[in-house]
Design a protein around this ligand. Structure first.
Ligand code: NOJ
Length: 535
């Protein structure tokens, strides 16, 4: 099995993680000082969101130079040191590669917009007809009215799928494609282990299409994969493509495109199943998820740095999710919900741990979002998606131990207050408390790493059981695990002759009977002992 198939990923938001130089912004020195924690937690691979120089209009996804580090995080040497430190601890690191667009302050765009005859004009997509490609949807519907923005200076419109300050690159231009290979080269030479490739579906535009998932995009991805395979074998490419399973599958190609893709559609359905006390939505989406080529893997997640996207659900389900999980309009953003896991679960530890158990036992390699492992809250008073990007809460000292800077110098304040404030919700408090949520999640993470069948094994539902439980086998030739989940707030007793002879993987001391009672939101992982297998 490839390392990434059974890996635990951790999404680290560098600005928010730890401030090493006391200026109020997270940085590499801070990250290095906290690597012990990630190693202790059981993380195999860190995904670091963009650290390129950027005007930060989209928190670094608006790149103004691909060959540098924003000074806020440190120097290039600092980045190298961080990569080396991560490797020294046996962990890996992937970084974001923003392929689809640049910042409008990127020198390519500054030059391109200078005049229609600029030698760089063709690095971007221009028109004088803003009706062109009108079948392409608008993604940031709360802020953008069109995918075209008028450039006063040169008198034409340029194409942008995200904010208007993020012009899309023109992938029909071979120079642009060559630039991307140079950029890959630059970062891979520093020894990183791969890329989370941002906004993959939108690289090309074609009349009469919705400008997503076009064959040309797949051709480019294959070119990129060939390049890394040849020059940096073993490099992981992970796709961010927010699409239905049928449209996602082609991104694995015949094993010659991405090794991993985020499974966007399954994520909201985990929340739906819990809210509806009914596993069906998860069963249905996994039934619609086609098998993937050998050596490939899904990346699964509960939350990330964006809104909890509801693009991949029906209108009816989206409304249900909004009504249930985001009753206040300010909790909504675009087609999603801008809240963190713990508040979504009403701070109920049992439900948070249940969601982690589902994430860790269903197919895929889990990607944890920083802070969710301690039940961090959010701050809806901050605009856009900033409310779920607040400082990591390390301890109960000033600024939650994130920074020694005066509060007013912080990029954003840490969450405070009785519910999720850093004075009580923090890493240290949970580290020193046996049985805390952090300990429970760490134990699950570490147990999961030892059970590779949970990564790629076949999934079989126990479909004779009532809808309000989510119980399934994960199995391959050599190992079998039975995962049991109670989606309700009442305890439930199950007759499970199939549990005969199994052991409790999470709690070695607890005996396993064939009549099993799951407490409210309870879960168990039952594993076939290795002796039985060889018998
Ligand atoms: C997806 C990223 O996750 C999001 O934060 C960003 O705004 C868009 N891509 C545009 O780069």
């Amino acid at each position: 099995m490839n390392w990434y198939e059974n890996a635990i990923f951790y999404e680290l938001y560098p600005r928010a993680f730890a401030d090493g130089n006391g200026d109020g912004y997270g940085d590499f020195a801070g990250i290095r000082s906290r690597l012990d924690y990630l190693e202790w937690l059981g993380v195999d691979c860190i995904w670091m969101t963009p650290v390129y120089p950027s005007p930060l209009r989209d928190d670094g996804y608006d790149v103004s130079s691909y060959y540098g580090i924003d000074p806020m995080y440190g120097l290039m040497e600092d980045f190298q040191l961080t990569v080396d430190e991560i490797h020294r601890r046996g962990m890996r690191i992937i970084v974001d590669l923003v392929v689809n667009h640049t910042s409008d302050l990127h020198p390519w765009f500054v030059e391109a917009r200078r005049s229609k005859d600029s030698p760089m004009r063709d690095y971007y997509v221009w028109t004088n007809d803003p009706e062109k490609y009108s079948e392409a949807r608008i993604i940031f519907i709360d802020t953008e009215e069109s995918n075209w923005a008028y450039d006063e200076h040169s008198g034409e419109y340029y194409w942008h799928r995200f904010y208007s300050n993020q012009p899309d690159l023109n992938y029909d231009n071979p120079q642009v494609r060559a630039e991307m290979m140079k950029i890959l080269d630059f970062w891979l030479r520093m020894g990183i282990d791969g890329f989370r490739v941002d906004a993959v579906p939108y690289l090309f535009e074609r009349d009469g299409t919705n400008c997503e998932n076009l064959p040309e995009t797949h051709e480019f991805i294959r070119e990129m994969r060939r390049y890394v395979d040849e020059h940096y074998p073993g490099t992981l490419l992970l796709a961010e493509a927010n699409q239905w399973p049928g449209d996602l599958l082609p991104y694995f190609g015949d094993g010659d495109e991405f090794q991993m893709c985020f499974h966007f559609p399954v994520m909201p359905r985990l929340y739906m199943a819990l809210a509806q006390k009914d596993r069906q939505s998860v069963v249905d989406i996994l039934a619609k998820t086609p098998p993937i080529p050998a050596g490939c893997q899904w990346a699964t997640f509960l939350r990330n740095h964006d809104e909890l996207t509801l693009e991949m659900v029906t209108d009816e389900d989206r409304q249900f999710m909004w009504d249930y999980y985001a009753p206040e309009s300010r909790q909504r953003l675009n087609l999603g919900i801008r809240r963190r896991l713990a508040p979504l679960m009403d701070g109920d530890r049992r439900r948070i741990e249940l969601m982690y158990s589902l994430l860790l036992t269903l197919p895929g390699a889990p990607v944890l979002y920083y802070g969710d492992e301690i039940g961090m809250g959010d701050n809806v008073a901050l605009d856009d998606r900033n409310g779920v990007r607040t400082p990591m809460q390390w301890n109960d000292s000033a600024n939650g131990g994130f920074s020694t800077a005066p509060l007013e110098n912080l990029y954003n304040p840490p969450v405070s207050g009785p519910d999720y404030g850093y004075t009580h919700t923090n890493v240290l408090a949970q580290e020193v408390t046996p049985g805390s949520m952090l300990h429970v999640i760490r134990h699950m993470v570490r147990t999961r790493r030892e059970i590779p069948v949970l990564a790629r094994g076949k999934l079989t539902w126990l479909d004779h059981l009532p809808q309000h439980v989510m119980c399934f086998w994960r199995e391959n030739g050599g190992q079998r695990v039975l995962a049991l989940h109670n989606l309700t707030d009442e305890s439930i007793t199950l007759e499970l002759p199939e549990a005969d002879g199994l052991h409790d993987a999470l709690n070695e001391d607890s005996s396993v009977e064939t009549e099993i009672t799951l407490p409210p939101y309870g879960f168990r992982w039952l594993i076939e002992p290795t002796e039985a297998k060889s018998a």
